[in-house]
Design a protein around this ligand. Structure first.
Ligand SMILES: Cc1cc2nc3c(=O)[nH]c(=O)nc-3n(C[C@H](O)[C@H](O)[C@H](O)COP(=O)(O)OP(=O)(O)OC[C@H]3O[C@@H](n4cnc5c(N)ncnc54)[C@H](O)[C@@H]3O)c2cc1C
Length: 629
């Protein structure tokens, strides 16, 4: 989840950037140039992000295995990477982001959205909203139903736990804010810290209690496998200093001195290098440093592609592995015609309701922004006592709605979906295999709709005067393809194809009405809620067509910052790029481990899921046998 640009002025934490944190959270690092690295490693991990650093940590547990991680971005050294309250601005920080923009989105008046992806050691876990939820059981079991043996709730939960160390909030925090949790669903010794901040704005209590009027339950622990309801959600937050816990601090810094581990940053992997004889095999990578120096480095055992949902298909395509029809328009030699690479692209479309709360109890974010003395006090509180509003990231609670709570006639929606010819609304580049895979995904989604087994909508509570609502199970699918006019220097063509299936509009309109109903509860109204442009004063009076027009014109965003699925883990005849062993079909020695392998996007934010995928992947890679292993 990300804050809307228009709301960034409300983020007080910006004022703090430029100060330094009192604790020494940044270990010294040895800079490495291309000249310092060997020609061959056992494993090469492409991308030092969320998944890449996780896999590299586990692979280097064996001192005999030499591992090289290559990261395009820098080793970030500014405090906003650690300061929870600065998280809202990080996604706008060009220094740490790829700065991708989508192609114009036809169904929202040609507007674009960002392609949210970080370029820094730690990847997107360095800049994200620190919201730490997990999928429902039904959503994970769906992956196994799609043909991925072992990738279900039971097969993944041990890895969610392995990645995490949960610290319960203090008794005082529990009594002040009403935090609920069940520690048994978390790990207690993993690298990523999970905890609740020791502060919430007073108005959050009213926002939470207002859900009592909305007929959805309060759930004690959303990580339990059942999360349809109102839940408290921990952050990826180190409870010692109340700083961000992310792939770098969790998986890299503590073990960075392992002699068999080399991290090469500020270095881009330009393309994969393949065998010149025998079966197609990935042998190495061509890399380019910031000074333009290039070098080919080889992997004796396996190359692990962890460049993210945009980076992984983009790199495959630049290496000649992708749709032949697209590669034919470039001067890149075709290595493998693989039409599925870059397809099955999913995110969660969303919109914001904007309002001001004119009767908020003090302190509140507006007061914080306006009152320099209070702001200064809170900074002292944070730096000296690790308390107060600077410990807040994007939020700690959310309502995950089953479809029956939001959509009036679920049976009608299901019927309409079944009556569609899915191909009508899918990308023209879809193959029969992709279509077969999509139909299987659709059957699962409709089954979930029918039985309310997984939430279909989410509204996370931010600590600002706006509220997001997202469609968690969109029927539309997008694509990520290289730009054929300049494949290496132009960003990839990111096409969310948001709202390309008209039934997504039906869900979005229902979601809008539901959100307005919530904002109209006596509890929310008691805060003096006044809608702000472009939301009209009485949004409940809007017709469906007017809601859609408003969404097309400005409200609807294509991305919830959870891009997924572009190198899907699925059987080959269902449009998969990797199998359940995460090896790329048709290429030896190459696996993909990142959010791009997600076959069907669950109703959740994707960091914890990516850590769990990577932890499981590390075990799979370690367990490989045969030549080279
Ligand atoms: C702004 C934002 C907010 C988010 N908020 C939340 C949230 O609150 N909660 C949540 O659960 N999820 C959130 N997410 C999603 C979550 O962070 C991601 O799904 C997850 O981190 C993805 O991990 P990954 O390993 O797939 O990719 P990444 O972590 O992005 O790692 C990919 C890495 O590969 C590198 N790379 C790419 N191409 C190359 C190349 N050619 N050569 C070398 N290196 C390369 C990149 O620079 C990057 O470091 C958010 C994401 C963003 C961007």
């Amino acid at each position: 989840m990300v804050f809307p640009l228009v709301a960034l002025s409300a983020i007080v934490g910006l004022a703090a950037v430029g100060h330094s944190l009192p604790h020494n959270a940044r270990p010294a690092q040895v800079k490495r140039a291309l000249a310092d690295v060997s020609d061959t490693y056992d494993y090469i991990v492409i991308g030092g992000g969320t998944a890449g650093l996780t896999v590299a940590n586990r692979l280097t547990e064996d001192p005999k295995k030499k591992v090289l991680v290559i990261e395009h971005g820098e080793l970030g050294d500014t405090i906003d990477l650690l300061l929870p309250n600065a998280t809202a601005t990080l996604s706008q920080n060009a220094r740490y982001m790829w700065n991708f923009t989508s192609v114009p989105q036809t169904n929202i008046n040609g507007r674009t959205d960002k392609g949210y992806a970080a370029a820094v050691v730690g990847g997107s876990s360095s800049v994200n909203g620190m919201f730490m939820d997990r999928p429902s059981k039904a959503d994970l079991d769906a992956w196994a139903t799609l043909g991925n043996k072992g990738w279900d709730w039971n097969g993944l939960i041990p890895y969610f736990k392995k990645a995490t160390k949960f610290t319960a909030p203090s008794v005082q925090s529990i009594s002040s804010y009403g935090y609920t949790f069940d520690a048994s669903f978390y790990g207690n010794g993993g690298p990523v810290q999970a905890s609740f901040p020791p502060f919430q704005w007073p108005f959050q209590k009213t926002c939470l209690e207002a859900w009592n009027g909305m007929d959805i339950p309060f759930i004690k622990e959303g990580a339990s496998g059942s999360k349809s309801g109102v839940i408290w959600v921990p952050n990826t937050l180190d409870p010692v200093n109340e700083t961000r816990s992310y792939a770098r601090t969790a998986y890299y810094d503590p073990i960075r001195t392992r002699p068999n581990y080399v991290l090469l940053y500020n270095t881009n992997v330009q393309k994969l290098v393949f065998s010149t004889s025998g079966p197609l095999a990935a042998k190495g990578v061509l890399v380019k440093g910031k000074d333009g120096t290039t070098k080919t480095i080889f992997a004796a055992k396996e190359i692990i592609l962890s460049a993210g949902t945009f980076g992984s298909p983009w790199l495959l395509q630049r290496s000649g592995v992708g749709p032949k029809a697209i590669l034919a328009r470039t001067n890149i030699p075709l290595v493998l015609d693989f039409p599925e690479v870059g397809q099955n692209f999913q995110d969660q479309p969303n919109f914001f309701a904007y309002f001001s709360l004119t009767k908020q109890p003090i302190p509140n974010p507006d007061y914080w922004r306006a009152n320099a003395t209070y702001n200064a006090e809170t900074w002292v509180n944070y730096t000296q006592h690790h308390g107060g509003p600077y410990t807040l990231a994007l939020g700690n609670n959310a309502a995950f709605m089953p479809i029956s709570a939001v959509v009036d006639d679920v049976a009608e929606l299901i019927g309409a979906a079944k009556a569609q010819n899915p191909a009508t609304y899918l990308p023209s580049t879809y193959t029969p295999a992709l279509l077969k895979g999509y139909k299987a995904q659709l059957a699962i989604m409709l089954n979930h709709f029918q039985h309310d087994s997984s939430p279909a909508f989410e509204t996370p509570f931010a600590s600002g005067p706006f509220q997001a609502m997202s469609v968690q199970k969109p029927l539309s699918r997008g694509t990520v393809f290289l730009n054929t006019t300049d494949p290496f220097n132009s960003q990839p063509l990111i096409d969310y194809r948001v709202m390309s299936n008209p039934l997504d509009w039906d869900m979005a309109v229902a979601a809008f009405r539901y959100l307005i109903k919530y904002l109209s509860t006596p509890g929310m109204q008691s805060l003096g809620l006044v809608y702000q442009s472009p939301i009209p004063a009485n949004p409940g009076n809007l017709t469906d067509a007017q809601i859609i027009d408003l969404m097309k014109a400005s409200l609807m965003a294509a991305s919830f910052a959870h891009p997924s699925g572009t190198c899907a883990m699925l059987p080959k005849d269902m449009g998969g790029v990797v199998g359940s062993d995460l090896l790329v079909y048709g290429i030896k020695g190459l696996s993909i481990v990142d959010a791009s392998v997600i076959p069907l996007l669950p109703s959740c934010h994707t960091t914890q899921l990516t850590y769990a995928i990577a932890e499981k992947a590390a075990d799979l890679i370690k367990g490989r046998s045969g030549p080279g292993h």
